[in-house]
Unconditional design. Structure first.
Length: 538
């Protein structure tokens, strides 16, 4: 299974488990809160049932007569509401409704309150409030006999329905009630502080539980992810060892894939593998055939004086060793003859280590056509009439070609941009003819101090520019400093002693020619601003 699918399943599984945990804790929380709400409802139902039982007991005895005391007044809405006892004492009749009213006033506390109410009360004091109206209408419109509300910030309110019985008709028949009608109810209010405390406790514990489970799941996720990555590293190591075991096949595949240029693999200066392109060039069917006929490929190298062309031995070093050491800062080439024609190649080398053995992979890219094109460009190029150097327009074309060549061969390209210090003084003091002599002699000095493959052009006025192919900026700095000293020590035929300021830079990947020139121009400007007669690199 691909790694991306493993991680997808892992993260998806984590999300599923975490979601299940959230849902489960929600269910647990809601279940416990519902239980606490049921407790409130049971309390209210118990209080309601107590009142119903008391009312039934009162009704079964046809009401109660009590002494008139403690400012107790008879029910004004009840017929025959008093009785004169034989001893002349006045007794007040207490029917179920009047008893409920008296009990509600007697038992009213901060945490508990109830009262009898109706949408059509005989006693106006029993008129329903907003909650009681909602409750009685709900009971009237449904088959329910109770209704409650539990809203945040308010007390728990409960309404139990009073069903009309036969004993109720003497007082309520005139209102149009018959047995079974809901004529009103008992409204109960309970303090919910304990309920809220328990709910807050439940929410707090659920939050903690979720946090603990989330941390646990994240820990498990981290451990599994760590194990997967460990397995991936182990698999990479296994693959690496497998590649080492199959190194011969890998090398052979590289040879087969690289068929446009010469390719050879060398161990201890001996060719152990070569591609088809190289063997066909020398007319050999196999590497063994090539070794029998030619022994060494360096036997075909043509010696070229004054150029960076490889020979069998370079500066007392084998050509492969020399190539390793100078591949980055020298424009090395190889000239060989094929059927009497000159064929030019640019060598590349890379060192690889396989199974504790060091190999050199060497590639010869043929550049015959490229060199011919460059020669044609040089022949047709416009030159500055005074110095016989290439002019600025031609330099722009050549610079683009140099950038393309640098990209193709993957070699560094550096620029030197220079300017004669205080050249205006030469023209003002000695005349323009003397200035022209200085420019021509400076052009000659530049040619003497650069390689044959380097490109020198007059940029304009007293400014000159030099391209150095296959040259890193560190080596270009050395060349620039050498030129600066040569000019400083030279006595011009007309104009005497002169100095120059130089800017140096190296081409960067995918950079335009315009940006490259801006950067080297900035380096020259800094050299002049910081005192002249110096080299600055950017």
């Amino acid at each position: 299974m691909q790694n991306k699918y493993k991680y997808f399943i892992l993260y998806f599984g984590f999300l599923v488990l975490w979601s299940v945990m959230i849902i489960a804790t929600d269910l647990l929380s809601n279940r416990n809160i519902e239980f606490q709400k049921d407790v409130l409802i049971k309390q209210a139902q118990t209080h309601f049932q107590d009142q119903i039982n008391t009312r039934k007991w009162n009704a079964q005895h046809g009401g109660l007569y009590v002494r008139s005391q403690n400012s107790l007044k008879p029910n004004p809405y009840l017929k025959d509401n008093t009785l004169l006892a034989a001893n002349g004492e006045l007794l007040i009749k207490i029917n179920p409704a009047w008893m409920t009213r008296q009990l509600s006033e007697l038992l009213d506390t901060q945490g508990f309150h109830f009262r009898i109410t109706s949408l059509n009360p005989i006693n106006p004091i029993n008129k329903a409030n907003a909650f009681e109206t909602r409750a009685l209408k709900y009971i009237a419109q449904t088959s329910e006999t109770e209704y409650y509300e539990l809203q945040n910030g308010e007390k728990f309110r409960y309404m139990g329905a009073l069903v009309t019985t036969k004993s109720c008709l003497p007082c309520h028949a005139h209102q149009g009630y018959v047995e079974g009608d809901i004529r009103g109810g008992i409204s109960i209010e309970l303090d919910r502080e304990e309920y809220d405390a328990v709910v807050d406790f439940i929410h707090e514990r659920v939050f903690i539980l979720r946090g603990v489970i989330t941390i646990l799941l994240l820990s498990i996720l981290f451990l599994i992810q760590k194990q997967l990555r460990s397995n991936e590293k182990l698999q990479e190591e296994v693959d690496k060892r497998t590649q080492e075991i199959l190194s011969t096949k890998i090398l052979l595949q590289e040879v087969l894939d690289t068929d446009l240029s010469f390719l050879m693999v060398v161990e201890n200066e001996e060719i152990i593998l070569a591609n088809k392109t190289m063997l066909e060039f020398f007319g050999s069917k196999s590497l063994a055939d090539f070794k029998r006929s030619h022994k060494k490929i360096s036997n075909f190298f043509v010696k070229v004086d004054g150029e960076d062309f490889l020979e069998a031995n370079m500066e007392s070093q084998h050509w492969i060793t020399y190539l390793h050491q100078n591949k980055t800062h020298k424009d090395l080439k190889i000239l060989m003859l094929k059927d009497g024609e000159k064929r030019y190649f640019r060598p590349h080398v890379k060192e690889v280590n396989i199974n504790n053995k060091t190999f050199s992979i060497i590639i010869f890219d043929e550049i015959t056509k490229e060199l011919e094109n460059i020669e044609i460009l040089e022949e047709k190029a416009s030159r500055d009439t005074l110095t016989n150097l290439f002019n600025r327009g031609k330099f722009d074309d050549v610079l683009k070609q140099e950038i393309v060549l640098s990209k193709t061969l993957e070699t560094p390209l550096s620029l030197i941009f220079l300017d004669i210090d205080h050249f205006k003084i030469v023209n003002d003091t000695y005349g323009h003819d003397a200035g022209d002599v200085v420019l021509k002699e400076l052009a000659h000095l530049l040619h003497l101090n650069v390689r044959n493959g380097d490109f020198v052009a007059r940029w304009g006025g007293e400014e000159f520019v030099i391209t150095l192919q296959s040259t890193p900026v560190e080596y270009a700095l050395k060349v620039a400093e050498k030129i600066r000293k040569e000019v400083e020590n030279f006595t011009f035929t007309k104009g005497g002693k002169q100095t120059i300021s130089l800017g140096v830079t190296q081409y960067r990947d995918n950079e335009t020619a315009e940006n490259l020139m801006k950067r080297v121009d900035s380096a020259l400007y800094e050299a002049k601003e910081s005192g002249r007669n110096r080299v600055v690199a950017k």
